[in-house]
Design a protein around this ligand. Sequence first.
Ligand code: ASP
Length: 727
Amino acid sequence: MKRSWTRRMPGAAALALMPALILALAPAGPEEGMFPVSEIPKLDLRSKGLEIAPEEIFSPDRIGLIYGIVQVGATGSFVSPDGLILTNHHVAFGAAQAASTRENDYIRDGFLAPTRGREIEAKGMTARITESFRDVSAQVLAAVKPGMDASARTKAVEKKIKEIVAAAEKDDPGKRAEVAEMFAGKTYVLFLYATLKDIRLVYVPPRSIGEFGGEEDNWMWPRHTGDFSFLRAYVGPDGGPADFAAANVPYRPKRFLKVAPEGVRENDFVFLLGYPGRTYRHTASPFLAYEEEVRMPSVAEWYAWQIALMEKMGEGDRAVALKHAARIKGLANTMKNYRGKLQGMRRVGIVERKRAEERRLETFIAADPGRASRYGGLLAKFAAVYDEMRRDAEFRLVLGYLRSGVNLLSFASTIYEASLERPKKDIERESAYMDRNFAQTKRRIALALDNYYEPTDRAVFKEILLRGARLEAARSLPLFAAVAAAADPAKAAESYVDDLYRRTRLGDKAFVQAALERPAAEIKAWGDPLIELAAALYPEAKKLRKQEETWNGTLDSLYPPLLEVKSQFQAQDFIPDANSTLRLTFGRVRGYSPADAVRYHPFTTLDGVLEKSTGREPFDTPRELFDLRQAGDFGRFRPEGFASVPACVLYDADTTGGNSGSPVLNARGELVAVNFDRTYEATINDYAWSADYSRSIGVDIRYVLWVTEKFAGAGFLLDEMGVNGGR
Ligand code: ASP
């Protein structure tokens, strides 16, 4: 029998039956929280400033605003009946890069399709729409049997989730199912998504607008970046999702958002809908200390090293620079985010604060014998897991860098693992090799091969060999041991890598794609040195995976009692951490004070863009913007009290990565900005939110429309959105 949840969100009755995600809502801070849409009815948004009925946003039996929201890597929203999507420049960046050549440099010059027929494929992008969701905690947790060890627990939960997903996808062919863990080890929700696969570039501004300020201004206020792009979703002539094809037609969304050309004002109520990636507010202090002391410093340093290398490789050769552009941008974004977090964690003393909170919690536990027997020793158990993790952390990090940083080894490992996993029953395979994911795995490799540049890959490999050779634990592996034992380790690493790259065939795209389908015996017979290396490293990788399963299993069994006792202690309930599922967050347009005697205004303007311009990247504003300013050609986009067009806007809604591209909506549910970043102080949102400094940044809709109409000459897009411009 088909389940009762059809193409809609679950009915009110089904919602009421959901074991409470949030025990009873009492948000911790004034505006903190990324709320699952099922919680909207409990939020009393009208009293906060919302002027429409909350059911207009989400209701089980209506096509609410949430149907206008898409996941395109991060977030985007439909802004026309013909599938036009508004998102960030940095979200479309990878696709613009993939479409760029030395002759057609869409990163430098931007891209505009003058007609629909000229819209081009946004390679690697898909658009997902949340169609329904249902609590499956009881089903998932039924798989956990008493007496299971931690690793078996993790495996049992993973297997049950795969079964639930498989059944859901069978019930609803063409839809994609995913189970999201809302509270670790406790609450699981099955989401059903429609996935559109033909996404095209419509308008991408040049980097000098879309990424104005570059890394220097990234994660900063005052900000002047026109971080927006337009895409369009296409479907097959039958209206169903289809791969890119000339015969496809624009998708007609169930709902699209109305754009409000008049924008917002200071103190206005705003809310965002989107897919925030990951927050860690319900963790214990040992996790935070591990992040602060071990993982983030290592990753930030490693990314800095790679960025410097790639920048050097691209000097003087635009084609090479283009190949590296998206990777550099991604690494630099994370690196600066981590630096901001590290600085913020120290400034606010997050770990110490959490420890103090835990000490109070321990006193509370000890005060009652019932509680003591149920929750006693919990926090010590957390600490024990992280103590163990710290032991070989550097080695595990280096192995991770090897797998993610060296392209050819990553292809080799995927080929080798595919040959082992693909013959298994689908449900027993590692997730990347299941039928539902394998096409995507292959696409990811094809895309990485397009950007592959051998000298960079070799240099990264060599560096990792040298780093590993310095670690005692890594020397248990022959490749690191050999380098460590050599009289001249740098030379040994060089000739080791040289030899591999001379003999391997994995730089060849057709070969790699075919190899992903070949049986293990055949692959072995090729004797490709990188595949042999991947095979030799495989047992170690398995061992580490098993170790991680054990840690995760232990943590998963510790979180539910921790949350339970914390909610008793604080007499307050919790909002689940972000986990890439659809959320609502709200707040007001507000400035803040980043330091003594400094007060930030919540709007920047075109005049600020021009003031910052130096003529050199990343502050190289196109001449036309100066001309338009000089002519006072603002159309209808200069509000009263402003000397020019507002560029970016600040608000205190609670966001994180993944909220990039989220529509910022006014009290009437109309789009007034596109979220793209947070301030430097707010990078620690992921661990702790504060009304004082947690601010998010959006590109003001007036700047989006003004640039699109006046600079790009694409007034037809304003017409399509039903905005009549200032012509
Ligand atoms: N700019 C950010 C990102 O893409 C968005 C955020 O994290 O607030 O990572």
